[in-house]
Design a protein around this ligand. Structure first.
Ligand code: ZN
Length: 592
């Protein structure tokens, strides 16, 4: 058995997906909310028996490898390594990454070596003395240095570049691509120097970049700089501290979000170990998706300044959309969590316990600074809070806030609901336009349903026999499901008395139909008794036959007209005979 098959065999797809997607049993399969598109009712299905998944909303699907590739945005080789490690499979052939994956591998490696280089300088080297002093002064214990692999970039322009090229045989180009080095007029130099270094990891423990902080305000340059965007570092997808705190996030089912690196370190040292730093801006959709895989609750503990408050306001709708419960902490005694903990640790922990629901926070914010006795003041409050309320999906919660607003402004509740309806209607028409364009025809819907009924039947052979009569002559072979029905009919002739086996059938099926076939194995079916199940198959096949016949008769009608115009009498007679025979068949169905 090769590596890929072995990994697939050893892994439990339901457990793998279940770690990040809430799955519920649905007959033979499991279903949940799709992690790849936004939805309110579950259309994401997983088959434990077949070890495949499919989403009937966004039409993505596949096996364990494609799931990880899709979720992590990685190449096949990376997914194979990741899953092999998880399954405890030692890869026989070390997978050779090619193209992008190979390039990423080199960048990860360069960053990993850079972490070790900077970390060594901080711990051991004489040039790191001032960084050691600085961390001691900020009361950061050794454990923090180790856990977060803090480092020091020395005050030399080429220390890391030289080390990686001369000792580790990297190419200059690779170091530029990794963002570790930079081109200047005088040549290539280190990107970071004379800075305290914070490695940035992704959630799979790869080092993807760094943040570097000046030690003293008198040093030149901005206080913080980050690795620029590279093939592996994307600011909007990263959290500082995730490699150290991800297990704690899961355990606590809550993430405390702070802005800066030191906020995260100070929290961690104070025992608040489910912390992540977002690095100063509003959350992105990708960050929210990542959070949703670890926790159900996010508590934002951003700076009290305008930028921090703006970031909270912009992040809340994204979190709410992903069904992540969101709260906000008002920081007592200090401009940020780092300062607040130093001033009064227990006071800060109390504040964390008294976190405010996000909507309450936004409500207070929209009232702040407005003169609500004036018409203009009222309008400002409504303009800022009503779109927030309109986005609340739970109607009870929405009503709660609308009543609160109506009381605060001394405005009628009806007026507010009318306004909100206007906003919702506007949003719905926009969504409606998108939804219409991709709607399948009634025939296609029935074909999908029929194939699903057949292949999910406990004895697919018996199930196909139900449709042979109706469909063997009437079936076209234009669409994927029609082709599958055709192949199913053909296949049962070859197995005769044997048993239908999905694996054997898949060998028989052209490869381009595999995905569609797998999809039909996961299609959500209604609960039916054994008799009703077979009757349903028969009924659906008959409905389809009727549709095919009507369509064919219509087409013949058009051809007949054309031939009449061309005065090809013989042809006309032939087509009319054909059409008459079909009409008879159709009558036969209707009279049954
Ligand atoms: Zn989906």
């Amino acid at each position: 058995m090769d590596d890929v098959a072995l990994v697939r065999e050893k892994l439990d797809l339901v457990a793998l997906i279940g770690e990040t997607v809430g799955l519920k049993r649905a007959g033979k399969n499991f279903k949940g909310l799709c992690p790849f598109h936004s939805e309110k009712s579950p259309s994401f299905m997983v088959s434990p028996e077949r070890q495949i998944w499919h989403c009937f909303g966004c039409q993505k699907g596949g096996d364990c490898f494609s799931f990880v590739m899709e979720q992590e945005h990685i190449e096949f080789v990376e997914a194979l390594r990741f899953l092999a490690k998880r399954a405890g499979v030692e890869l026989q052939q070390s997978p050779i990454a090619t193209g992008i994956a190979a390039k990423k591998d080199r960048l990860y490696e360069a960053n990993k070596l850079a972490v070790e280089f900077y970390h060594y300088l901080l711990l051991e080297h004489k040039s790191g003395a001032k960084a050691r002093d600085y961390l001691n002064e900020r009361k950061m214990g050794d454990k923090i240095w180790q856990t977060f692999k803090l480092g020091f970039a020395p005050d030399q322009r080429e220390a890391l570049t030289n080390y990686l090229i001369k000792r580790k045989h990297f190419k200059l180009e690779e170091l530029l691509d990794a963002g570790l080095s930079t081109s200047t007029r005088t040549g290539v130099i280190d990107f970071f120097w004379n800075r305290l270094m914070f490695p940035l990891y992704d959630h799979r423990d790869n080092v993807v970049g760094f943040a570097g902080r000046l030690l003293t305000a008198s040093d030149s340059g901005p206080k913080y700089i980050n690795t620029k965007e590279t093939l592996i570092y994307h600011k909007g997808q990263t959290f500082f501290a995730i490699q150290a705190t991800k297990d704690n996030l899961r355990k606590a089912n809550q993430a405390i979000l702070v802005e800066g690196e030191f906020d995260a370190l100070t929290c961690f040292q104070a025992g608040i170990t489910n912390v992540l730093a977002v690095k100063g801006t509003a959350l992105t959709e990708l960050q929210v998706t990542l959070l949703g895989r670890y926790v159900n609750k996010v508590t934002m503990c951003f700076d009290g300044d305008r930028a921090g408050q703006e970031a909270i306001k912009r992040s809340i709708p994204l979190l709410e959309k992903k069904n992540v419960q969101t709260t906000v902490v008002i920081i007592p005694e200090g401009k940020d969590p780092d300062e607040a903990i130093k001033n009064n640790e227990s006071g800060f922990k109390q504040a964390l316990k008294h976190d405010i629901p996000a909507y309450d926070y936004l409500f207070e914010q929209s009232l702040a600074g407005q003169d609500i006795s004036s018409a203009l003041g009222k309008k400002n409050v409504v303009d800022s809070f009503l779109p927030v309320a309109a986005a609340i999906e739970n109607l009870v919660v929405r009503e709660h806030y609308l009543k609160k607003l109506s009381n605060a402004l001394n405005t009628s509740y009806d007026n507010l609901t009318r306004e909100i309806e206007r906003i919702s209607r506007h949003q719905q028409t926009q969504e409606g336009v998108l939804a219409k364009s991709a709607k399948p025809s009634r025939q296609e819907v029935l074909e999908e349903y029929l194939v699903s009924l057949i292949v999910q039947h406990e004895d697919p052979k018996t199930a196909i026999e139900q449709v042979a009569d109706a469909l063997s002559s009437a079936l076209d072979k234009d669409r994927a499901y029609q082709k599958i029905i055709f192949h199913l009919l053909e296949f049962i002739n070859t197995i005769q008395r044997g048993v239908f086996d999905h694996k054997t059938f898949l060998h028989h099926l052209p490869e381009e139909l595999t995905l569609v076939y797998n999809k039909s194995l996961l299609f959500p079916l209604p609960k039916l008794t054994p008799e009703a199940y077979l009757a349903e198959i028969h009924k659906t096949a008959t409905q389809l036959k009727e549709m095919y016949l009507r369509e064919r008769i219509q087409q013949l009608g058009k051809q007949i007209k054309l031939k009449e115009i061309a005065n090809e009498i013989e042809e006309v007679e032939k087509l009319e005979a054909e059409s008459g025979a079909l009409a008879k068949q159709l009558q036969g169905i209707s009279s049954k």
